[in-house]
Design a protein around this ligand. Structure first.
Ligand code: C5P
Length: 211
């Protein structure tokens, strides 16, 4: 049965002034591969994308956002129609407390950039989960399982896709990924090194089994 699938992808960008921002190394490849795989499988797909340099996969409705707060608002706007949410975006955890309307002078910057935490999108929308399926990602440096299992619990997910972004062929800016799937009942399924599109197809095929 075709599902309505909401996917977040890419980094978020948190402005400091008109020319500078805080972000991370996410390229959006995993999320765009998920959107492509979901559309190919006949699902209706809305892709909420941070600033990335990737073409929109055919048949996918794309919503571009910049900041974590924009991404949260877009997720909240599209969640009511969604059967499943796959949160593959690498949301910036912190943002500069203020964004200067004019370019900050070098001397103004030393030691005065105060950061405030961004909202956690998955935690914020959890009260609206209902019967929807929520899938998250956990990118760690080093053995990811313990951290990923904690995030699975704390964010109330049906599945978390854990990877060590420093492992060969895994993580940011690679076309392959090696992940372990962790389920709420404690099941753990390590997958082999796979092209991101093959991994995306496997994850999309799993979605109906998680409901
Ligand atoms: O806590 P951490 O950022 O490692 O968690 C990763 C998972 O949580 C990903 O699925 C990511 O999209 C999501 N996330 C979120 N809001 C944040 C940070 C992460 O929804 N502010």
């Amino acid at each position: 049965m075709p599902l309505n699938i909401l996917i977040t992808a890419g980094p978020t960008r948190e402005p400091l002034d008109p020319v500078r921002f805080l972000s991370n190394r996410s390229t959006g490849r995993m999320g765009f591969a998920l959107a492509q795989a979901a559309a190919e499988a006949g699902h209706a797909v809305t892709l909420i994308a941070g600033p990335v340099a990737l073409p929109t996969p055919p048949g996918v409705r794309r919503v571009d956002v910049l900041t974590a707060r924009d991404m949260l608002a877009a997720v909240q706007a599209h969640l009511p129609q969604a059967d499943a949410l796959i949160a593959s975006a690498a949301v910036a955890d912190w943002r500069p407390e203020a964004c200067s309307p004019t370019k900050l002078k070098k001397a103004q910057m030393a030691g005065v950039i105060r950061l405030v935490p961004n909202p956690d999108i998955l935690k914020t929308i959890h009260p609206q989960k209902g019967s929807r399926t929520f899938v998250g990602f956990a990118a760690e440096t080093g053995e990811p399982d313990a951290e990923a299992a904690r995030k699975l619990r704390e964010k109330g997910l049906d599945l978390i896709v854990a990877n060590d972004v420093t492992a060969p062929g895994a993580g940011f800016a690679h076309d392959t990924n090696r992940v372990t799937l962790l389920y709420p009942d404690g099941r753990r399924e390590p997958l082999p090194l796979l092209p991101k599109l093959d991994l995306a197809r496997r994850l999309i095929a799993l979605l109906p089994t998680l409901r």
